[in-house]
Design a protein around this ligand. Structure first.
Ligand SMILES: NC(=O)c1ccc[n+]([C@@H]2O[C@H](COP(=O)([O-])OP(=O)(O)OC[C@H]3O[C@@H](n4cnc5c(N)ncnc54)[C@H](OP(=O)(O)O)[C@@H]3O)[C@@H](O)[C@H]2O)c1
Length: 293
């Protein structure tokens, strides 16, 4: 298959490109330098030259604070950009994978969200990503809209200052005696390598639609930090932050655990428990370069 990965040098995009290559697919990984998804012309011209059969869009404007400060750019990239890709792929007869987020939910449910739950974003970022989902779903019937959550991987997240949560904790543990981490936000930290494998599995099907795609289980960021230090043998003192100790500048869901209901229904869920994913990352996937970023 000819596969084009957009955001090809991003945290997820790098792993997605590698996963498709491993299966023998012909992969073109495009960076922001190669195309601007907010520009319909840029998207059309670039994709017409490559003529991919599958496009995977991992690109987004996803620094939550920057999105809140610049709603226009947020919608340009996350909503209009998604629409541009959906229209161009439809014209080319290509299938589109579009990556979305757990932040389309407000977190009040307090139980894992399925694809059937009504979204209700709290932020500009969440609203712009939700608008992007709807554009993809209406503009290209051959779509996979895939919501992910709490990503970390062996390539730096470009939008978030390079260090993923695991690397940030390990860095702080070398620099400090005590670390305090929020305990009132529940998520499912998910390795990008597993998301990438899941996309490859879906790409071999015609099961188009909306998917939740995260690791199994759930934890607070404090519990995640505790597992990181246990598994890495760090002796740093870890404390749960008091509620309100680190006030968020932008409202975030307190509970954004996703249930991979659609994947499970189709017997296609490949995700391991988040603790197993973390173990694999710490023992196998981590690149030394990222620790010094
Ligand atoms: N990271 C998380 O924890 C998380 C959680 C939930 C959902 N997500 C979603 O997962 C996806 C991938 O995230 P990630 O962690 O891999 O992000 P990342 O490392 O920041 O990668 C994003 C990539 O997209 C490119 N890009 C940004 N704006 C673009 C534009 N207008 N046109 C073309 N390319 C553009 C970036 O290039 P430049 O850096 O050069 O601009 C970068 O290569 C995003 O859709 C995000 O919304 C992430």
């Amino acid at each position: 298959m000819r596969v084009t990965v957009i955001g090809g040098n991003g945290q997820l995009g790098e792993d997605v490109a590698a996963a498709f290559r491993k299966e023998g697919d012909e992969v073109t990984a495009l960076t922001h330098h190669d195309l601007e998804i907010a520009s319909a012309d840029s998207v059309r011209q670039t994709l017409e030259t490559i003529r991919p059969e599958v496009v995977v869009n991992t690109a987004a404007f996803h620094n939550v604070e920057k999105c809140e400060a610049d709603p226009a750019r947020s919608f340009e990239v996350n909503a209009t950009g998604a629409r541009n890709l959906a229209q161009a792929t439809r014209t080319l007869g290509a299938r589109l994978f579009h990556i979305s987020t757990d932040y389309v939910f407000n977190g009040l449910k307090r139980l894992p969200y399925t694809e059937d739950d009504a979204p209700m974003p709290l932020s500009v970022y969440g609203n712009s990503k939700l608008a992007g989902e709807y554009f993809v779903r209406t503009e290209n019937p051959r779509h996979f809209v895939v919501r992910v959550s709490g990503l970390y991987g062996s390539h730096p997240c470009r939008a978030k200052g390079n260090l993923n949560f695991v690397e940030l904790m390990l860095k702080l543990s070398r620099e400090r005696d005590e670390i305090r981490v929020v305990d009132d936000e529940r998520v499912t930290p998910t390795p990008t390598s597993e998301v990438a494998k899941q996309l490859v599995v879906l790409s071999r099907t015609v099961d188009y639609g909306l998917y939740h795609a995260t690791a199994e289980g759930e934890c607070s960021w404090y519990e995640f930090a505790r597992a990181i230090f246990e598994l890495s043998g760090s002796k740093v003192r870890l404390e749960a932050a008091r509620p309100g100790e680190f006030p968020a500048k932008v409202a975030r869901p307190k509970y954004s655990v996703l249930e991979n209901a659609a994947l499970k229904h189709k017997s296609r869920n490949i995700f391991a428990h988040w603790k197993q994913g973390l173990e694999r990352y710490l023992l196998r996937d981590r690149q030394p370069s990222i620790t010094h970023a």
